[in-house]
Design a protein around this ligand. Structure first.
Ligand code: DX5
Ligand code: ZN
Length: 227
């Protein structure tokens, strides 16, 4: 299995965002995880398409993984596609017509994914999994960085991994929330291939050394190598 590390910029220094993203990618991260919150679907407010576009203009070429925690979903999809999103993932309960939203993301030229909160059942995957590029399992309740990993999500991950493998699909399985060096190996062993980490990465070091993320990314990779 090839593993991908996706730092969540929610915990980055927003006053120096371009530099933060450059540094974390230079340290070996694979994907930029971009948390969009609307103070309606979740009780917090973050960043939108303008910031995604600004990162592209700054020169970021890595995949940008846009995690939409917004309701409604459809209106904002074309804006993120134009802004340079690679993946666009959304919560099924935030869309009135899940199949339509998946198609809208695909038609806009992006890779669609569904996101499941810790207590949200997986039943919609029966009719959607073959249309997705990504399944994202929340291992915290969405809205804030720095929360504690909810362990029952490991069972959920094993279940989704089984579904993907049984159907021989090429769908990424991503996890988001409370992931760090202490648990990333167990998460990988449950079948996850893409790991969001916000506070564990950006909280690792506060000085201005451009290589300051080398050791945390290396620590995550070293744990993954043992999985
Ligand atoms: C939470 C966000 C996460 C968050 C993860 O709603 O979706 O991406 O930034 O942060 P940590 O890794 O600190 O739990
Ligand atoms: Zn996220």
């Amino acid at each position: 299995m090839s593993y991908r590390i996706a730092p969540s910029i929610l915990s980055a220094d927003f006053a120096r965002l371009g530099e933060e993203v450059d540094n974390v990618l230079k340290s070996g991260a694979d994907i930029v995880h971009f948390d969009v919150m609307d103070n309606h679907y979740v009780p917090n407010l973050t960043i939108g398409p303008l910031v995604c576009e600004a990162l592209r203009k700054h020169g970021v070429t890595a995949p940008i993984d846009v995690h939409l925690m917004v309701k409604p979903v459809d209106r904002i999809v074309p804006d993120f596609a134009k802004a340079g999103a690679t993946y666009i993932t959304f919560h099924p309960e935030a869309s009135e017509h899940i199949d339509r939203t998946i198609a809208l993301i695909r038609e806009a030229g992006c890779k669609p994914g569904l996101v499941f909160n810790p207590a949200t059942p997986l039943d919609v995957l029966e009719w959607t999994l073959d249309k997705l590029d990504m399944v994202l399992l929340m291992s915290v309740n969405p809205g804030f960085g720095g929360q504690k990993f909810i362990p029952h999500v490991l069972d959920k991950a094993r279940r989704v991994r089984r579904m993907i493998d049984e159907r021989k699909l090429n769908v990424s399985l991503e996890i988001d929330g409370g992931v760090g060096p202490a648990n990333i190996r167990a998460v990988a062993q449950a079948g996850v291939d893409t790991f969001v980490a916000g506070s564990a990465v950006f909280g690792a070091c506060k000085d201005s050394d451009p290589n300051r993320y080398d050791s945390i990314i290396a620590a995550l990779r070293a744990e993954l190598a043992k999985a």
